[in-house]
Structures are given as structure tokens and as C-alpha cells.
Ligand binder design. Structure first.
Ligand SMILES: [Mn+2]
Length: 335
């Protein structure tokens, strides 16, 4: 309750609030942003805006935004952006480097469930790494405030809990089940059905089929590549899918999106910490990190970015190198 009260105090001091999503906003991020907007307006903050800097490439996330009619804006496309002196970050703790003129804004609120090493400064910071989703944290606020969420916010939050943790039982905590049962009476279940039926884009399906075709299995570990793709979100979807292969407990999917190598990894091996494995393997050439069971990395290709074709010898070399680094990080002593 103390955190909720502190949030209210902070909101009462804001004239206007821009609620910032991360660069590839997923349902957990967007639903939490929507809920925060609803809480803010119940506290009299009527001037709010939802912002994000990246792109939404997952077809289910695009459907989520369209079906729920969520107004997400790029900050550079908001002419009156300077009106929003206060920012809230949800489901992340660092302002995206792409965010224009960051020094003109003050970060007032951070609500996140990711463990981060650097303690970012903000008026109100509620970071709960022992929670499975940011949606779970904001549902706690709704509960403690006795606030009935709108059908849109409730449906968004339930979908977020499912996609983040409950579907495929991705290490949910008891809190996600409690949060889901609290929010359930407010939900439009037909809307949830529609969200789940969002079809794959042809490019996503092609990428997944490449990942299936190119798979290489060593013991219980699988590495594969989707080649060059426009759909960055095809990688985690391919990884999720391939984790269902019999005998496989860990998957690494590689792909090239524009001039960057992207990696997405999944594991059900409780002995592994994939975020640490990827950091060991790729931190010297790019950025890597994540959770025990899901992690990712990005490696800039520099001058090779434009020319690298996904069926040439250079690409094969790149992929072999990535696979070897991954296996070495998994078994540093060669065991
Ligand atoms: Mn999240």
C-alpha cells in the first residue's frame, strides 16, 4: 500500500504525464501503460500521452494495438511534446537512446519488474524483480485503490499476464495467477479470443520455416537461423516454437534485421541462466542480456550490414561463429 500511496502523491504533483513504452512494446508494457494512464486520470492528471520510440513487429502486438484502439505515438510526431514535462517509464528502467531531447524531460515514475544493475533515478521507482510482469504490479495498484478498471484496460492486462507468463507457463509466480483472477470479471473475453487469432504475417511464417529448416541440434541444445528478415519478432516466435521439439531444452535463433544480428534464446533447463550465457558469449561484440529462461542479444554488423546476403559463405561463417560462441559459453570447460 505504501508504494501505491507514494505513486498517488507523485501523480498529484504532475500537471501532465507522458507514459513511455520501451522500444519494442509488448502487451505487458502497453497494458501497464494504459492502466497507469487510467490511474493518473483518476487522480486528475487529464493530459497524458502514450509514447514509444521503436517499432511493433510482432503481429499479435500490432493486433493488440489496433483492436484495443491504443493511441501510441512516436515522440517526434507529437507537436506539443514539450508540454509533457514529466515522464513515466513502464516495463523498463532506462529511457530509450532514440528518445529525442531527453534532457528536457524529467523521469518522475519508473514501474518495472526487470532486475537492473544500475539504479536509475526518478521521483518514484517501483521495481519488483520478484514479480513476473509489470501488469501484476499495476493490478496491485488497482486493487489497493479500489479502482474498477475499464473493459479495455482489464482485457489488455489479462492478455498481458497470459503472454508474459501464463501461456506456456513461463515461470509465472503465484502473483500472476492472483492478478489474473482479480482482473477476470472486468474482461471482454471475446476481445481476448480475437487477440489470440491474429494471423502470422507471411514474412513471420517464412522466417519460422527457415528456422525449422536450418536447425542444428547438439544434445539438448538447438541453434538455428532465420536468415535476413524484416520481422524482428519472428526470432522469439521461432525460438518458442522450436523449444517444443522433443529432447530439446534450449534454443538459440539468429537472424539479420537491417544492419544488426539479432539473437533470441529460450530455455527450460533450470540449471542455465540464459541472460548470463548470452552476455558471456556476445558482450564483447554487442549487447546481450535477459532472464534465466529467455534472453536476447544484438550485434551491429557495421559495413557488412548492407552487403551480407543470407545464402552466401560470409553468412555461413557468421552463423558458425555465433553457434560456436554460444556452445562455448554453455560449456566453458568443453564438457
Ligand atoms: Mn514485462
Amino acid at each position: 500500500m505504501e508504494q501505491t500511496n507514494q505513486l498517488l502523491t507523485r501523480l498529484q504533483q504532475c500537471d501532465s504525464l507522458a507514459i513511455v513504452n520501451h522500444a519494442n512494446p509488448d502487451p505487458d508494457c502497453i497494458a501497464s501503460a494504459l492502466a497507469l494512464e487510467e490511474i493518473a486520470s483518476s487522480e486528475g492528471v487529464s493530459n497524458t500521452k502514450l509514447l514509444y520510440c521503436g517499432e511493433v513487429s510482432h503481429q499479435q502486438n500490432r493486433a493488440f494495438i489496433n483492436l484495443l484502439n491504443i493511441p501510441l505515438h512516436h515522440p517526434s510526431a507529437v507537436p506539443s511534446i514539450s508540454e509533457y514535462s514529466s515522464l513515466a517509464l513502464v516495463d523498463h528502467s532506462q529511457l530509450d537512446p532514440e528518445f529525442p531531447h531527453p534532457s528536457e524531460f524529467s523521469i518522475e515514475i519508473i514501474i518495472d519488474h526487470h532486475a537492473v544493475s544500475d539504479t536509475s533515478d526518478a521521483g518514484f521507482v517501483d521495481r519488483r524483480p520478484d514479480y513476473g510482469a509489470t501488469a501484476t504490479i499495476v493490478i496491485d495498484y488497482l486493487k489497493e485503490l479500489n479502482l474498477d478498471p475499464s473493459t479495455t484496460v482489464a482485457s489488455a492486462l489479462l492478455f498481458a499476464l497470459h503472454r508474459e507468463r501464463l501461456d506456456h507457463a513461463r515461470s509465472p509466480t503465484i502473483r500472476e495467477y492472483n492478478a489474473a483472477s482479480f482482473i477476470h470479471p472486468y474482461v471482454d473475453s471475446e476481445l481476448i479470443d480475437q487477440l489470440y487469432s491474429a494471423a502470422y504475417t507471411p514474412a513471420t511464417l517464412d522466417a519460422i520455416s527457415e528456422a525449422i529448416r536450418r536447425r542444428e541440434v547438439r544434445g539438448s541444445r538447438l541453434v538455428t537461423s532465420v536468415g535476413r528478415t524484416t520481422e524482428a519478432d519472428a526470432l522469439p516466435q521461432a525460438a518458442d516454437y522450436l523449444l517444443h521439439l522433443e529432447g530439446v531444452d534450449t534454443v538459440l535463433v539468429e537472424g539479420v534485421v537491417e544492419d544488426t544480428v539479432r539473437l533470441s534464446a529460450r530455455s527450460i533447463d533450470p540449471q542455465l541462466h540464459l541472460g548470463e550465457v548470452l552476455a558471456d558469449a556476445f558482450d564483447d561484440v554487442g549487447s546481450a542480456g535477459g532472464h534465466r529462461d529467455m534472453a536476447g542479444a544484438q550485434i551491429p554488423l557495421g559495413i557488412f550490414g548492407d552487403t551480407l546476403s543470407d545464402d552466401g559463405p560470409l553468412y555461413d561463417l557468421l552463423f558458425t561463429n555465433i553457434a560456436e560462441r554460444f556452445f562455448t559459453a554453455l560449456h566453458p570447460n568443453g564438457v
